[in-house]
Design a protein around this ligand. Structure first.
Ligand SMILES: *[C@@H]1O[C@H](CO)[C@@H](O)[C@H](O)[C@H]1NC(C)=O
Ligand SMILES: *[C@@H]1O[C@H](CO)[C@@H](O)[C@H](O)[C@H]1NC(C)=O
Ligand SMILES: *[C@@H]1O[C@H](CO)[C@@H](O)[C@H](O)[C@H]1NC(C)=O
Ligand SMILES: *[C@@H]1O[C@H](CO)[C@@H](O)[C@H](O)[C@H]1NC(C)=O
Length: 361
């Protein structure tokens, strides 16, 4: 009996080790990031309001990531403000993201490159790599949805240079009526791409435009140095307070599924994992940033697990068939089998014992 349990425990340990090994990255793009980290989007309906305030995220677990230069990921060049915290949740229809990062308040109205900016990237095509944003080998003149098929990535980019803190930006009736992923009010745009040189607003293409696309994102931002307020408008000039220390908060939402028909949006499925990463631009030392001068939370895709209702936090990552539940139920059935032999033995020895006395065992 003890021997059998030991064998089972050994099998369990071997199965667990096997699943950890299979998480490791391989390939030409190497960096020091942890390979086993992942984001959990738990089912938390009715919690999150997209208002830039993050108190409603308190009970949702997140992960903190160092921000390293995307093109040169070395820890001695990390963003001086520290780590970015990333949280996700969903309500069965929409998925929500919260990004929080320390940074002095800096804002020049109308100048995106003198303010903080964030982007989220998701894998769409099965052959889209993290490195080089999809990794299609074609140049700007030759990339098309045929030559780069399978390398599609989905992008959301929010530059706050025109966006009033606490107000909602992204998909709006004016831009959506033109059938593309633009946002003329706050520059929270919905894009897709095949590599860094082949990026387009949803609906816009290198050879043809398709006016069926939409900007499916909504989002807002806030800085902790701002005093809470019934609602800023442009004339309040919330931009003037300068260089105060604190943290930036970004909140975003998008439907789990969109009406995209062109492979320009990632589609999320409850109970499945997607792949994502986050980029951050900041005018370090007051110097305007440029497009490729961004920091990134990782140098490979990070799994994003969309958890079903009632799911345990760690259940979604794929395990070998010997998962914990199976092994434990086997362990219990062996123990139960042992007990039944023992009981049978006792019952057969003490003939007067009634069945009701089982409870006393
Ligand atoms: C991805 O690449 C593999 C191997 O090159 C290929 O067989 C497959 O068709 C590609 N997938 C897509 C969607 O293009
Ligand atoms: C697609 O739309 C963009 C932006 O509106 C425009 O600049 C471009 O010329 C259009 N392309 C075609 C092929 O119509
Ligand atoms: C490529 O895009 C064009 C224009 O949107 C569309 O008509 C065509 O069906 C697409 N082709 C593929 C292979 O997705
Ligand atoms: C804020 O910091 C920037 C860059 O360091 C500097 O140019 C600017 O003068 C500062 N503003 C104030 C009001 O201190």
């Amino acid at each position: 009996m003890v021997g059998r349990v030991l064998v089972l425990v050994t099998i369990l340990i071997l199965a667990q080790t096997g699943s950890l090994n299979s998480h490791q990255e391989s390939g030409e793009w190497s960096c020091d990031s942890k390979a086993d980290i992942h984001i959990e989007a738990e089912f938390k309906p009715g919690r999150i309001t997209l208002d830039g305030q993050v108190d409603d995220w308190k009970e949702i677990d997140g992960s903190a990531f160092s921000l390293l230069p995307a093109l040169d990921p070395h820890s001695d060049k990390a963003y001086y403000g520290g780590k970015m915290t990333l949280k996700a949740s969903h309500d069965g229809k929409e998925i929500f993201f919260m990004l929080q990062v320390e940074g002095d308040y800096t804002y020049s109205e109308g100048y995106n490159d003198k303010a903080a900016s964030v982007a989220i990237m998701f894998q769409i095509g099965e052959n889209a790599s993290y490195h080089r944003m999809g990794g299609c080998e074609e140049g700007r003149d030759t990339c098309t949805n045929k030559t780069c098929k399978g390398h599609e990535v989905d992008l959301m980019h929010f530059s706050i240079g025109k966006a009033i803190p606490g107000r909602l930006y992204g998909g709006n009736p004016v831009d959506n009526s033109e059938g593309n992923g633009g946002d003329r009010f706050g520059h929270l745009v919905d894009l897709y791409g095949w590599n860094p040189h082949c990026r387009y607003l949803d609906g816009i293409g290198p050879s043809a435009n398709d006016s069926s696309a939409q900007n499916d994102w909504k989002g807002t931002w806030w800085h902790s140095s701002l005093t809470h307020h019934s609602g800023f408008v442009k004339d309040d000039s919330p931009y003037s307070s300068s260089n105060q220390s604190g943290a930036y908060y970004f909140e975003f939402s998008r439907p789990l599924r969109t009406m995209d028909r062109l492979q320009q949006d990632a589609q999320f499925t409850i109970g499945r994992a997607s792949k994502m990463s986050v980029a951050f631009w900041y005018p370090v030392d007051g110097k305007p940033w440029h497009g490729s001068g961004h920091f990134s939370i990782s140098c490979h895709w990070i799994p994003l697990n969309i958890l079903p209702d009632g799911s345990e936090l760690t259940d979604v990552p794929k395990r070998s068939p010997w998962d914990t539940a199976t092994a434990f139920s086997l362990l219990f059935s062996v123990v139960a089998f042992g007990i039944s032999i023992f009981v049978g033995h006792r019952v057969s020895r003490t003939k007067n014992i009634a069945f009701t006395q089982m409870d006393n065992l």
